[in-house]
Design a protein. Structure first.
Ligand code: IPD
Ligand code: CA
Ligand code: CA
Ligand code: CA
Length: 262
């Protein structure tokens, strides 16, 4: 790992833990949060999402003032170093505001459009998933590897959806996974489910449309754990556009790609 990446990795992990603690503090007193909606009534946000993103932005600006920063809540701040931080302060806001533990802080660093660092911190489980390009993936310091013997038939497939892109596909995807003898799963946090693919808890994950901040940290984890990820174009303007997201253990790649129609 080069020096540029190892310095950023140390900060990414420290900030993810700090941000996770702040989010957990809000979670523990969530009854007092005002829940606002964005696109529709399922797309929720609160001060917790914004304050956690501001914490992360502030720390990154202090540590690497020339790096770019893209976050879900406050958008893109371009930089000049070639490194961009891509952050979802709380992935799984719906579980978060409804008192379920399936949410996480997701921090990626990209270079030339490729995720070179991925950190996913899940505070309720006290699980910190960390990966850096070429250096492997870990969970709380223990190496992660996907199992090449796993298939849709002998494991569980995660999938997600939103109400604004291809909602009609949701039923079809669930039906097709079931029809081939598989089992589907959704916990409300796509980033966490991607980390679970890296950890071998799920054989794969598919969602018809996600943003860069939802998936790039998870992509780095899955790649470093020996899985395969469908290309997500994060170069230039494309960084702001969403795309299909698919991450999978090698033995299930062809079948999940077919179901996803990719
Ligand atoms: C959402 C979650 C959800 C996925 C959505 C995402 P948010 O992110 O990851 O599981 O299905 O597409 O937008 O809004 O909770 O950060
Ligand atoms: Ca959101
Ligand atoms: Ca998200
Ligand atoms: Ca979010």
């Amino acid at each position: 790992m080069n020096e540029q990446i190892s310095q950023r990795l140390a900060l990414a992990e420290r900030v993810a833990r700090e941000a996770g603690a702040k989010a957990l503090d809000y979670f523990n007193r969530r009854e007092s949060l005002v829940i606002e909606t964005k696109r529709d009534a399922q797309d929720v946000v609160s001060i917790a999402d914004r304050e956690v993103e501001l914490l992360i932005r502030g720390q990154i600006a202090l540590g690497f003032p020339d790096d770019g920063f893209l976050g879900e809540e406050f958008g893109l701040q371009p930089g000049g170093s070639g490194y961009n931080w891509v952050v979802d302060p709380i992935d799984g806001t719906s579980p978060f505001v409804n008192g379920m533990p399936n949410w996480c802080v997701s921090i990626a660093v990209i270079y030339q459009g490729e995720p070179v660092i991925g950190v996913i911190m899940a505070p309720c489980q006290q699980e910190c998933f960390v990966a850096a390009q070429g250096a492997g993936a870990t969970l709380n310091g223990k190496a992660l590897h996907v199992d090449p013997a796993r298939t849709l038939q002998n494991h569980i497939t995660g999938f997600g959806a939103n109400s604004y892109v291809a909602p009609e596909r949701v039923g079809e995807i669930a039906a097709e996974i079931t029809a081939v003898g598989g089992n589907f799963f959704r916990n409300g946090s796509g980033a966490m489910m991607l980390a679970w693919v890296a950890a071998g808890r799920l054989v794969g994950y598919y969602e018809p449309y996600m943003h860069a901040w939802d998936c790039l940290a998870g992509y780095c984890l899955v790649n470093e754990a020996g899985g395969w990820t469908h290309p997500f174009n994060a170069q230039g303007e494309q960084l702001l556009r969403g795309a299909p997201v698919l991450a999978v253990a090698p033995g299930a790649k062809d079948e999940l790609m077919r179901i996803a129609r990719l």
